[in-house]
Design a protein around this ligand. Structure first.
Ligand code: PGA
Length: 227
C-alpha cells in the first residue's frame, strides 16, 4: 500500500492538557504512513508528536485581531499542516473568501493547507450535483494559488460524525475529479472513518489519505487505522 497522509482532527477535545499529552503519547509514531495530529491550538506546543497540524488560522499575519492565530505563528512552532474550511467552521459563518485568504496566508508561510470541502452536499445527491458544489468551493479557494501545494480533504457533511461514511467508490470518483480538474496532488477522504473501513478508502487509486475525527480520539482505534 502507498504511503498515505493520515490526519487526526481532535476538534474541541480533550478538556485537559494531561489528557491531551496522554492521548498523543498513546498514538504510534511508527507507521509507514505520515500521521499528523491536530489538537486544539493551545496544546500545539505542549504535546510531543512528530507531525502536527492546526485546526484553523487567520488570514492576516499580525496586528489588532483579538483571538486569532497566525500562519506565521504556526510556522514558528513547526506546525506543518493547517485545516481550513472545515464544515463545522463554515456552519459558523466562514465564507469562501475567508477560506481563500487563510489558504494564501498558509502557502505564504510554507504551512501546508488542508482544504476541507463538501459543505453543502446532501445525502442522496448524485455525483454530478456533488461536483457542482465542490467546483465552486475549489474555484474560490484555489484562485491565484498553486493547487499542488494544497491538500484537499473531501468530507461530505452528512458523513461527518454520523457513522455513515461515503462509499469508497464515490470517494474515489470525487478524488479523481478534484485531481484532474484542479491540479491537486493529494486528496484525503474524511467522514466516519474507522478501523474497519479505513483500508478500503486507502486502497482507492486517487485517495491519498484520511481525515479522521471521532476515531482519532480512541487510541486503539486510531492505531489500527494507521497500522
Ligand atoms: P468524523 O469527523 O471522523 O468524526 O466523522 C471527521 C472530520 O470532521 O474531519
Amino acid at each position: 500500500m502507498k504511503r498515505s497522509l493520515i490526519i487526526g482532527n481532535w476538534k474541541l477535545n480533550p478538556l485537559t492538557l494531561l489528557q491531551a499529552r496522554n492521548l498523543a503519547s498513546s498514538i504510534s509514531h511508527v507507521s509507514k504512513h505520515e500521521v499528523v495530529l491536530c489538537p486544539p491550538s493551545l496544546y500545539l506546543s505542549e504535546i510531543e508528536f512528530p507531525h502536527k497540524g492546526a485546526q484553523d488560522c487567520f488570514w492576516q499575519l499580525k496586528g489588532p485581531y483579538t483571538g486569532q492565530l497566525s500562519a506565521a505563528q504556526l510556522k514558528d512552532l513547526k506546525v506543518e499542516y493547517c485545516l481550513v474550511g472545515h464544515s463545522e467552521r463554515r456552519s459558523l459563518g466562514e465564507t469562501d473568501d475567508m477560506v481563500a485568504g487563510k489558504i494564501a496566508a498558509l502557502v505564504d508561510q510554507q504551512v501546508t493547507p488542508v482544504l476541507c470541502i463538501g459543505f453543502g452536499t446532501t445525502v442522496g445527491e448524485d455525483d454530478l450535483e456533488v461536483t457542482d458544489v465542490l467546483r465552486h468551493q475549489l474555484d474560490s479557494a484555489l484562485k491565484d494559488i498553486d493547487a499542488g501545494l494544497v491538500v484537499v480533504a473531501y468530507e461530505p457533511v452528512w458523513a461527518i460524525g454520523s457513522g455513515k461514511p461515503a462509499t469508497p467508490e464515490h470517494a474515489e470518483k470525487i478524488a479523481l475529479f478534484i485531481k484532474t480538474k484542479f491540479n491537486v496532488k493529494r486528496v484525503l477522504y474524511g467522514g466516519s472513518v474507522n478501523s474497519v473501513n479505513a483500508k478500503e478508502f486507502l486502497q482507492q487509486n486517487d485517495i491519498d489519505g484520511l481525515l479522521v475525527g471521532s476515531s482519532s480520539l480512541l487510541p486503539e482505534e486510531f492505531n489500527k487505522i494507521i497500522s
